[in-house]
Every structure is written in structure tokens, then in C-alpha cells.
Design a protein around this ligand. Structure first.
Ligand code: ATR
Length: 286
């Protein structure tokens, strides 16, 4: 595209940002939708996020993505957040408004749309979440807000799973989330579950690691979704496939969180065909 006097700028603030795939997503979206908008990474050190937000505002930047370590610390510098971002306490997208930036969390709606693109709705779905870190916590909030059935949250450190369950159940006024020690998975009933792998185990370069190795666990998987996308096929996914379950990695969630951010910035709807073309570009740049 030609950059000219009317080119709008969006970007990503975080540290580090050098390996981000977001510029591929957004610049491809600009090509496909014909928007005169470029997307660039901005490395912002810890402690500098307030200055970054006011600097972006002064420069007329129309939207920002926010990544580690600023997803929570950016919130005091915003005019407000949407309900889900407020509940989770983390934003990943800032949208320019009349008097500052408004914060959204598109990570979880991104996961929801990725699941939808695979034909999965969370409503009444029985879920197993592996892990009880920040990502798992966000998935538990999403599941509760989408009226999932029971959500079992399995973790090596049970206190963390218990804390998330207590927090989410209190926030929604229902007992949706059930904490468990990860080695207690044989206590799950023999039915099948949508399993979301939300631990850091299996991330490259330790891509042969997995939190549950036992093949009998994978007999309970109706669909295996790993939030990890490097490597493209984790050991968790491989074991689920061997047990006959369809699987997906975190790249589709990354794709859709970007697409939803782009839709918020430009007030447009990205079509399924456009989403597939962007996905191709992202896969090629991996
Ligand atoms: P994120 O913000 O990406 O979710 P995190 O908050 O560091 O990352 O959480 C990492 C998750 O992976 C946690 O659930 C962690 O389990 P603990 O709460 O017991 O630490 C899980 N995890 C990391 N390494 C693990 C391992 N070797 N075995 C089992 N779980 C592990």
C-alpha cells in the first residue's frame, strides 16, 4: 500500500514485540479491506505505559493492541473498559474515543470466534481447562459469561484453581467452575469434554512436554484446543489426535483477537473469506 498524508496508524505496545505476528494480521486486513491504515510494533518498557498512551493520543494513533507486560497496568490510563475486560482485569485493545482510549479484551472473544469457526459453541458445553494461570483464568471467565455447562479447572497447584473458581463463581453468581488437582482427572466422568490446554507446558523449545501423558485422559476429549501456537502441533494436540479428537492450536485465537480489534478500530465486519486469507498469511509468516 502507498503511505500518504492520510494514512492512519495503529500498533502494538509491549515488551518484547520483535516476534509479533500482529503486523501481518492487520496490514493484510488493510490490503483486503482497502483501508488506508498501517500497523506497527512499538516496544514500550515496563513503567512507561502511561507515557506511551498519552504519546499515542497526542500523535493521533487510532488504536493500539497491548501485550505483556502492560495488559493490566495500562487500565488506569484509559477512559474505561468493556465488561469482560473489566472482569478479567486485562485489556489487549485500545480504541480511540473522544476523550482518550477505551479498553477491550479481544483475546477471549477471539477464542470464542475461533471455536465458532470450528463449529463449537460454548453454551451448555462441558469444559476442561488445563492450567490456572492468567490464560486459564480468562478462559474460565469466558466460559462462565457464555453460559457453558460445568467447567473443570485442573492445575498442578490446586490453590490457584480454587482461587479462580471462587472468583469466577462469585462474579457470575453461579457454581459453574469446579477446581481440581490435575492428577485427579480420572475422577472426571466418562463423558467427553471440550479441553482447553492453557498451561505453558509444550511451548517451544520444550515441545515434547505435556501436562497429562496418559492416553486414557484423551479418550475423554471431544475437541482439543491448545492456546499455544509455537509449535503448531503440540504434544497435547498429538495425543488428542491419536485418541480420535479434532484439534486446533492458538493461532486461530490470535487471528480472531486481531480481527476483532481491527473491526473495533474501523467499525467494519471482516468476512469469513477475508479471515481465511489473513490466516493463510499468518501461517506463511510463522
Ligand atoms: P499464563 O499467564 O500464560 O497463563 P502463567 O500464569 O505462568 O502463564 O501460568 C502457567 C500455567 O502453566 C499454570 O497453570 C502452571 O501451573 P502452576 O499454577 O501449578 O504453576 C502451569 N504449568 C507450568 N509448568 C507446569 C508443569 N511443569 N506442570 C504442570 N503445570 C505447569
Amino acid at each position: 500500500m502507498e503511505v500518504n498524508g492520510k494514512t492512519a496508524v495503529c500498533g502494538l505496545i509491549g515488551c518484547p514485540v520483535a516476534h509479533t505476528l500482529s503486523p501481518v494480521i492487520h496490514n493484510r486486513l488493510s490490503e483486503l479491506t482497502g483501508k488506508n491504515l498501517v500497523y506497527v510494533p512499538f516496544p514500550v518498557e515496563e513503567g512507561q505505559v502511561g507515557q506511551a498512551v498519552s504519546g499515542a493520543w497526542a500523535l493521533g494513533i487510532c488504536g493500539l493492541n497491548v501485550t505483556v507486560p502492560h495488559k493490566s497496568t495500562v487500565i488506569p490510563y484509559l477512559t474505561g473498559t468493556d465488561t469482560l475486560a473489566g472482569r478479567i482485569g486485562a485489556v489487549n485493545t485500545l480504541v480511540r474515543a473522544a476523550d482518550g482510549y477505551f479498553g477491550y479484551n479481544t483475546d477471549m472473544p477471539g477464542l470464542l470466534r475461533a471455536l465458532q469457526s470450528e463449529g463449537i459453541a460454548l453454551r451448555d458445553e462441558e469444559l476442561v481447562i488445563l492450567g490456572a494461570g492468567g490464560a486459564a483464568r480468562a478462559v474460565a471467565y469466558l466460559a462462565a459469561s457464555e453460559n457453558a455447562g460445568r467447567v473443570y479447572i485442573l492445575n498442578r497447584t490446586p490453590a490457584k484453581a480454587e482461587a479462580i473458581a471462587a472468583e469466577v463463581n462469585q462474579s457470575f453468581g453461579k457454581e459453574t467452575v469446579i477446581p481440581m488437582l490435575i492428577t485427579d482427572y480420572p475422577k472426571l466422568s466418562g463423558r467427553k469434554y471440550l479441553v482447553i490446554q492453557a498451561t505453558s507446558v509444550g511451548l517451544a523449545p520444550k515441545d515434547q512436554d505435556v501436562v497429562i501423558e496418559d492416553a486414557s485422559f484423551y479418550q475423554m476429549v471431544s475437541y482439543g484446543f491448545d492456546l499455544i501456537y509455537r509449535p503448531a502441533q503440540t504434544r497435547f494436540m498429538k495425543l488428542a489426535v491419536e485418541a480420535g479428537a479434532p484439534v486446533c492450536n492458538g493461532l486461530k485465537m490470535l487471528l480472531y483477537q486481531g480481527i476483532i480489534a481491527y473491526e473495533l478500530w474501523n467499525d467494519i465486519h471482516v468476512t469469513q473469506e477475508q479471515a481465511e486469507l489473513v490466516y493463510q498469511a499468518v501461517c506463511e509468516s510463522m
